[in-house]
Ligand binder design. Structure first.
Ligand code: SF4
Ligand code: MG
Length: 338
């Protein structure tokens, strides 16, 4: 059967004053309804750009897109702005880190949710208001029938985040893209929002792409995981595969730079040395090679000379020149100190 969302060999290139930025350089993945794909990577790894391309929200003048994005059989890369606008909010929807970027400060929260609903359903104002109240109730806003008339500034940060989720889900989208939606929130509110998303996913059967730099969040919410580095996928698999048996040095580095998920919290963390690659002049070969402590284990300078292929079997794979035997040996040493 065809997957609900299918991205094939996606390339997103921007033109800048300094040249072409290859923000996403050949990315493929599938997502089924009701499932959550976690996309993890540092800032500038291409995760947000990928999702703006899916939504059709990239800058059209400066961006070149290549590849294929099929949503429920419909090609999005070649779709008109009109078609995409119809799909956005209705079939696919998004939430961001900053609710104020989605909610207008000039209009009542309830009106904004109601208008989104009216735009896509053409229902009456009265029906739309009732729907807005219902959505606010579902996302856990207390006294939704009076709160519906508040402005965003009258909401706390956590409540604004909930209101944005209500707005994103008001038309029952089949795909929800969540880009670091909890990053700005304190831990307690963060946990509440994650639980809310999981509940709503159960209820609505929404497919979710969850973008984060935080593997702890991935451990909480994802079914499958895609690890991005320098505009490419370096590793993918189920959450369990990626988190318990990482197969790429970068993933291992990410795991080592976060507190253990179930172990003691006082183990020293080792952030990956160096900074993310320039995508104007990306490193040759494996884009991670300038930061990879295993590159010297690979013969013939292959890491800087040749791009490692992403070999995927049944959704599991990674892109690295190390042999399976080398990984078993080298990664076991590191895992032991984690
Ligand atoms: Fe490191 Fe080489 Fe593997 Fe890249 S291909 S992750 S540089 S060992
Ligand atoms: Mg981002």
């Amino acid at each position: 059967s065809t997957p609900f969302l299918s991205v094939s060999d996606l390339r997103v290139h921007f033109s800048t004053e300094d040249g072409i930025v290859k923000a996403v350089d050949g990315l493929s993945f599938d997502l089924e309804k009701g499932k959550t794909l976690g996309i993890v990577g540092e800032s500038g790894s291409g995760k947000s750009v990928t999702n703006l391309a899916i939504l059709g929200l990239h800058n059209r003048e400066r961006t070149t897109l290549d590849g294929e994005i099929l949503l429920d059989g419909q090609e999005l890369l070649t779709a008109s702005e009109r078609t995409l606008e119809k799909l956005r909010g209705n079939k696919m929807s998004m939430i961001f880190q900053d609710a104020l970027a989605s909610l207008s400060p000039y209009h009542k929260v309830g009106v904004q949710i109601a208008e989104t609903y009216r735009k896509h359903t053409g229902c009456s104002k009265k029906e739309a208001r009732a729907r807005a109240i219902e959505m606010l109730r579902r996302v856990g806003i207390p006294q939704p029938d009076t709160r519906v008339d508040d402005y965003p500034h009258q909401f706390s940060g956590g409540m604004r985040q909930r209101a944005m989720i209500a707005m994103a889900l008001v038309c029952d989208p089949e795909l929800l893209i969540a880009d670091e939606p909890t990053t700005a929130l304190d831990v307690t509110v963060q946990a509440q929002i994650m639980d809310l998303l999981k509940d709503l996913q159960q209820e609505f059967g929404t497919a979710i792409i969850f973008i984060t730099h935080d593997l702890g969040v991935i451990a909480d919410i994802a079914d499958d995981v895609l690890v991005m580095y320098g505009g490419r996928c370096v590793e993918r698999g189920t959450k369990k595969q990626v988190l318990s048996t990482p197969d790429h040095p970068y993933t291992l580095g990410l795991l080592n730079s976060m507190p253990s998920l179930d172990g003691p919290v006082d183990v020293p963390l080792s952030p990956i040395p160096g900074s993310p690659p320039s995508l104007l002049n990306p490193p040759s070969g494996c884009r991670f090679h300038p930061r990879c402590s295993f590159a010297e284990k690979v013969a013939d300078g292959l890491c800087s000379a040749e791009r490692p292929a992403l070999e995927v079997a049944e959704g599991r794979g990674s892109a690295c020149h190390l042999t399976p035997d080398q990984k078993r040996e080298l990664f076991a040493d590191i895992a032991g100190t984690r």
